[in-house]
Ligand binder design. Structure first.
Ligand code: NAG
Ligand code: NAG
Ligand code: NAG
Ligand code: NAG
Length: 299
């Protein structure tokens, strides 16, 4: 759905609203960009319940999130809003678990996104119009030319129930799990022999937007499950906790060329300096080990 998201992003930016879930300040496939800041912690735990301190550890990309009894609340009160928070650092493979409750509302999308500077992207999209299924999606280098990237997956009432949405991301495979049960697996080779596999340092972005905004294209509104009725606002998604297992903790990550391949990423201030190409071949059934020992490619 990146094409649609991009379309929405263009519309919103035309409205002078920053919708940052699918944008990049500098695309390393075109030019030399600043390094991505990493985290040197091998695991990170964020509990947003009644904690503005936790919220302050994240970047607010758009809107005015607030903390409440159930966690951080991202709310659309009126047309043009798309509140979004993100990690201030990038991770280069890891396990990301977000415990959250999606928003109800026709056309309202609650999303968890991994996104890199060259527009590799991994998505959970929970549509307010659907109470028994959600969408998963991915993009390699912003390529939205195939229609086999996204799936519907079953989920139990995500607008009323907190679920634990986990992405397990290694050079070899990506899995989407809900409450510990794997729903979808994408291997490196599944994604056009790896050329479209998400494989570059990414930030974690969590946000809500109105795919059903009446000013969106008919296609976007239809995908979103119908037109959003702002008289029914507020529309709120609530994020309780985020846990990150950071497979290659580091001070920073740098693209050494314009390939966008994971082997081209130079890891600074971590226990390894780069990953070898064989990391993509180690099979989808294997489990990643955190931390990355010498060589660090036993994923
Ligand atoms: C979410 O699921 C992951 C993967 O199964 C697990 O490691 C983590 O502890 C869970 N988080 C919570 C808060 O239950
Ligand atoms: C959406 O479109 C309507 C009708 O063209 C226009 O009046 C309104 O200003 C637009 N919304 C925004 C937020 O610009
Ligand atoms: C929008 O929601 C309001 C409040 O529920 C309702 O009165 C109105 O009929 C709805 N508009 C449309 C076009 O459905
Ligand atoms: C602004 C710009 O030149 N963007 C290009 C960067 O590289 C990608 C991939 O080659 C192109 O699709 C963009 O158009």
């Amino acid at each position: 759905m990146l094409r649609l998201l991009r379309h929405t992003a263009a519309l919103l930016s035309a409205l002078s609203v920053t919708f940052a879930q699918t944008s990049t300040d500098c695309n390393p496939l075109n030019k030399t960009c600043p390094s991505d800041t990493g985290s040197t912690d091998s695991s990170l735990h964020y509990d947003f319940v009644q904690s503005s301190e936790t919220l302050a550890q994240w970047s607010t990309l758009s809107g005015s999130p607030t903390v409440g009894a159930e966690g951080v609340e991202l709310t659309i009160n009126e047309e043009g809003q798309a509140p979004t928070i993100a990690t201030p650092f990038y991770i280069f493979f890891g396990e990301i678990s977000v415990v959250m409750k999606a928003s109800a509302g026709t056309g309202i999308i609650s999303s968890i996104v991994l996104e890199s500077d060259d527009l590799d992207e991994v998505d959970w999209e929970i549509l307010g119009s659907y109470t028994t299924e959600l969408q998963t999606d991915y993009f390699g280098k912003g390529d939205s030319s195939t229609s086999d990237r996204w799936t519907w997956e079953p989920v139990d009432d995500p607008q009323s129930t907190f679920h634990n949405y986990t992405l397990t991301w290694t050079p070899a495979a990506l899995t989407w799990s809900i409450d510990g049960t794997v729903q979808r697996t994408l291997t490196y080779s599944d994604a056009a022999d790896g050329t479209r596999y998400p494989q570059t340092p990414s930030r974690i972005k969590v946000g809500i937007w109105a795919g059903g905004d009446p000013n969106n294209s008919a296609g976007t509104i239809s995908w979103a499950g119908g037109e959003t009725n702002y008289s029914q606002a507020p529309f709120t998604m609530v994020v309780q906790t985020v846990d990150i297992v950071n497979y290659y903790p580091a001070e920073s990550y740098t693209y050494s060329d314009e390939s966008g391949d994971f082997e081209s990423i130079v890891i600074e201030g971590g226990s390894v300096t780069s990953l070898s190409a064989s990391a993509a071949d180690s099979g989808s059934g294997s489990t990643a080990t955190a931390g990355g020992g010498a060589g660090g490619v036993e994923l």
